[in-house]
Design a protein around this ligand. Structure first.
Ligand code: PLP
Length: 496
């Protein structure tokens, strides 16, 4: 394809994309295909000769679209959103144009420098404590990864090395230190709560350390409390184990609960800032975006006591996948754990420590130009535009909750609307009945193809989750969902 053909093809593709968004509500939300649907539609092997763009583009409509689940459709109320926007999409085109691996500053100075600036902008907009800014008092800073899972694994590596280095600092270099390092490594425990996203357990699995779960409190809104953490730590220490890392969550995946940051800080205070302290990471992958609103800013204050924080702008902040932001209080811990300097990566700027090389803040070497889309989004919407988007998701969740409570004969709120997520169950006079009715309703709504919801099981209660954060959801979508919930539940109860 030459540049003239590219101009023509790209313009046609942009028309196609804009039409897709204009008509997003026309689609069944979840793809209605059987596993293996695509293979019979495609040739058995790649074409020997290049094909015309027209024939390639035509296959998007006929072969790919049927297998797409429409994450931007208003009926998509499952999981958490994975939001997109035109400014972010345009940024991706430029990013692809400047295509490179961008691992060192010199590999594209703009890529590194824009990332540092945009991460500071976003930290300020969220009201994160100063220690997470690149120019802050503790030499912190932010970096963009592809996913929260990657961010959590990365900070866990830094936490492990910090813990071991501090615990063995009194020993001189040599065999004894090495033995103690490996002894300690075999005792390390990473912690999360019952509500922590599975990515923390997976990170522990990848790192080869133990994982322990702190129970959540139903009475305290399914949160991890400082007291429950203290009990778990005592238990682990009594077994001779070494807890070194904890994920606390701002917006759990099940019910959007916020762990008791103040209580966790109090529990960990005796060792804070001393060797053997536990690295606390705050996972705010989805709900962190709600810190853009002034009323939520107080939630960010106690994070000053913790070591790192992540938020996925690709979830609720209109920044096309993938874009996962992570900030650390002391970037030196990441760099100590992850910096490797083979000759072929060296250059005068890095050697003289004049620049940031983000390869030292992450696991892969190469990196995408992700800051461009975040920059475009922050500029095109402004903080006010993003606040309006977040507020809309929150208000729509509250609207659904308000409707559900008008029919206590049919529905019971499980957890109140919080950050655009409401969970509920079908009413009933026994736990078994509630669970089976709720499961039946959930299956029926998803089978309708008009909405896509997800469910959860918390402390053995089955609940239907409705997340209202997708940008195309409107009040009439909420009314339509509520009407369908009522009609379906009434129909089901009549058949009992
Ligand atoms: N943390 C939380 C609270 C989540 O809800 C999710 C996914 O929904 C993740 C982490 C994992 O995100 P990612 O897909 O970016 O790894």
């Amino acid at each position: 394809m030459d540049s003239e053909q590219f101009r023509e093809a790209a313009k046609a593709a942009i028309d196609d994309i804009a039409n897709y968004y204009d008509n997003i509500s026309d689609h069944r939300v979840v793809a209605d295909v059987e596993p293996g649907y695509l293979r019979p539609l495609l040739p058995a092997s790649a074409p020997l000769e290049g094909e015309s763009w027209d024939s390639i583009q035509a296959d998007i409509q006929s072969k790919i679209l049927p297998g797409i689940t429409h994450w931007q459709a208003p009926g998509f109320m499952a999981f958490f959103p994975c939001s997109s926007s035109y400014p972010a999409a345009i940024a991706e085109m430029y990013s692809n144009t400047f295509n490179g691996a961008h691992f060192n500053w010199i590999c594209s100075p703009a890529v590194t420098e824009l990332e540092t600036i945009v991460m500071d902008w976003l930290a300020q907009a969220l009201g994160l404590p100063e220690c997470f800014l690149s120019g802050g008092p503790t030499h912190g800073g932010g970096v963009l990864h592809g996913s929260a899972s990657e961010a959590i694994l990365t900070v866990m590596v830094a936490a492990r090395d910090k813990y071991i280095n501090e615990a063995t600092a009194h020993l001189p270099e040599g065999e004894e230190k090495e033995e103690e390092t490996w002894r300690l490594r075999s005792k390390l425990v990473a912690l999360g709560s019952e509500g922590t996203h599975s990515s923390t357990k997976k990170a522990a699995q990848v790192l080869g350390v133990r994982f322990a779960t702190v129970p959540i409190s139903e009475k305290e809104g399914f949160t991890m409390t400082g007291k429950a953490l203290a009990t778990k730590l005592d238990e682990l220490k009594a077994k001779g184990l070494e807890p070194f890392y904890l994920t606390a969550t701002l917006g759990t995946t099940d019910v959007c609960a916020v762990d008791d940051f103040e209580g966790i800080s109090r529990t960990l205070a005796p060792r804070a800032g001393k060797p053997g302290e536990i690295w606390v990471h705050v996972d705010a992958a989805y709900a962190g975006a709600a810190l853009l609103l002034d009323e939520n800013k107080p939630l960010a204050k106690p994070i000053a006591n913790f070591h790192s924080f992540n938020l996925n702008p690709h979830k609720w902040m209109l920044t096309t996948f993938d874009c996962s932001a992570v900030w650390v209080r002391q970037r030196g811990h990441l760099i100590n754990a992850l910096s490797i300097k083979p000759h072929y990566l060296r250059n005068q700027y890095s050697d003289n420590e004049l620049v940031t090389d983000y390869r030292d803040w992450q696991i892969p070497l190469g990196r995408r130009f992700r800051s461009l889309k975040l920059w475009f989004v922050l500029r095109a919407y402004g903080i006010r535009g993003l606040q309006a988007h977040i507020q809309s998701g929150i208000t729509l969740g509250e609207s659904l909750e308000a409707k559900l409570v008008t029919r206590p004969d049919l529905f019971t709120i499980f957890t109140k609307a919080h950050f655009g997520l409401v969970t509920f169950r079908v009413s009933g006079d026994s736990e078994d009945k509630i669970n089976s009715r709720s499961q039946k309703l959930y299956d029926a709504i998803n089978a309708s193809g008009q909405f896509y919801l997800t469910s959860t099981v918390v402390k053995e209660h089955f609940a239907i989750r409705v997340c209202t954060g997708v940008a195309t959801v409107r009040e009439e979508t909420i009314q339509k969902l509520f009407d369908l919930l009522v009609e379906t539940t009434e129909g089901q109860l009549k058949l009992e």
